[in-house]
Design a protein. Sequence first.
Length: 196
Amino acid sequence: MRKVLLLLTLALTTTPLLLAQNGDHGEVGVFADYFRLQAAPRDLFGVGARLSFNVHKNVQLEAEMAYDFERGFAEGFNDGAGTATIQPSSLRVLHGMFGPKFQVGKEGPYAIHAFVTAKGGFVNFGFSNASVASGFTSAIDNLRRDNNGNAVFYPGGGIEGYVGPIGLRLDVGDEIYFNNGANHNLKITFGPHIRF
């Protein structure tokens, strides 16, 4: 598994740099992820990556995956002393989505795009006290083995700006997962991207 992750990291970091001369094939990027789980309610934070390929100058097909880490939560008691404790939740979330991104904006070496997207995929909720790397690996294994993901629809939008092949991107949307009806959740991502 480590060899596969090392090869994937190497491919994702070197291929865009080699193809950056043209800048019209697609984008690769990493991001910080904020996910507001309304059902709990909990604020979850994690990291992710995405890869997109141009099918038209204004349309890209995009795949992304994110992993939200375990996060503690405060619990208060009204016993007269006003005490509060921090409890680990052991809740971790794995997101995977694919779909089109429609963009408009200024091209050139200083490019700015506004975009909208509509993606489908899955979200997997798991409980684990493992380390981050082990928790991610077990989330992938559990998804394949137990088939316990929930279907997701993600309408969203955002803005991205580039200086040459290097840029920053901000996405905001509603990650709707389906489990006993539609569950709406705010999702915000922000991070660097490279055009290739």
